[in-house]
Design a binder for this molecule. Sequence first.
Ligand code: NDP
Length: 265
Amino acid sequence: MQQLFTIFGNPVSHSKSPLMHNLTFQGLNYNGVYTRYKLEDGSQLRQKFFDLNISGANITVPHKEYAFEACDELDEFAKKVGAVNTIVKKDGKLYGYNTDAPGFLKALSEFKESKKILFLGAGGTAQSTSIILRDAGYDITLLNRSAKRLKRYQLDGFKTYTFDSFKYKEEFDLIVNMTSAGLEDESLPCPIEILEQLVPKAKAFVDVIYGKETPFLKFAKQHNIPTKDGSDMLLYQGIIAFEQFTNHQFSFDEIKEYMQKAFTI
Ligand code: NDP
C-alpha cells in the first residue's frame, strides 16, 4: 500500500521537501508519495496526522515546538533540544526526531578546522544546532538582536551578546546567519558595523537560508569571503529524515544520489 508523507508548516508553498522526497521515492522504487499541508493551528498537528493517515512528516516554521508536544516518543536528541522537525508513525504511535541539527553539522564538515563560530540569531534553529555543534567540539557564541531569547542559552552555558554588548575585539572563524533576516526582506542580521569588524578574521560566512543570495551573503562576497548557503543543510536534514521514514532501508549515499537532483531542477 502506498504511504503518505507530508510537510506541515505555514507557509509551505515554497518548500522544496516534496520535490526532494518524491524524487527519492521514485528513484529508489519506494511506494510513497510526499505532499504539503498548510497548517494554521499547530495544536491540530497530531489530529491531522491520524485523520489523514500519514506515515511520516516534516514540520517547519512555526510548528516545531507543537511537533515536539504531539509525539508519543522522542529520541534523545529531540528531547534535549525541545524541537522536532520529523515525525514517523509506527504501530499507531508518533515518534519524533530532530534532523535539522545533524543536517547542519554535516553541512559544516568542510569547515572542520574552523572551531570558533559566531551565530547571529538565537531562535529555534540556533538552539538545536548550537547544542549539536558544541557536542562535536565547536566553540559557539551567540549574538542576538533582543536579549530575551538569549536567557536559555546563558543557562546552558553559552557565551551570548546583544548588539549593544558585543565585544568588537573577539575573533571568529565562521559567522553564521541563523536568523530569518534576508528571507523575505533585504535586511542584514546585525548592524553592518559589526559585520565589518568580523571580516578580517572570518574564514567563511554561512547562511541557513537557501535559494536566494541574502544581503548577508552579498556582504561577504563584496569582502571576498567564502560563502555557503543553507542548501546542504536542507539536503542533509532531508536525507536523515528519509532514513527515518523508510526505517533505514537505504544508505545515506543511496538517498543522496536522488535527493540532490531536487537542487538541479
Ligand atoms: P525563529 O523564529 O525561531 O528565530 C528567528 C531569529 O531571527 C531570532 O533570533 C530573531 O531575533 C532573529 N531575527 C529575525 N528577524 C531579524 C532581523 N530582521 N534582524 C535581526 N534578527 C532577526 O526562526 P528559526 O530559528 O526557526 O529559523 C531561522 C532561519 O533558519 C530561517 O530563515 C529558516 O528559514 C532557516 N532554516 C533553514 C533550514 C535549512 O534546512 N536550510 C532548516 C531550518 C531553518 P529576535 O530574538 O530579536 O526576534
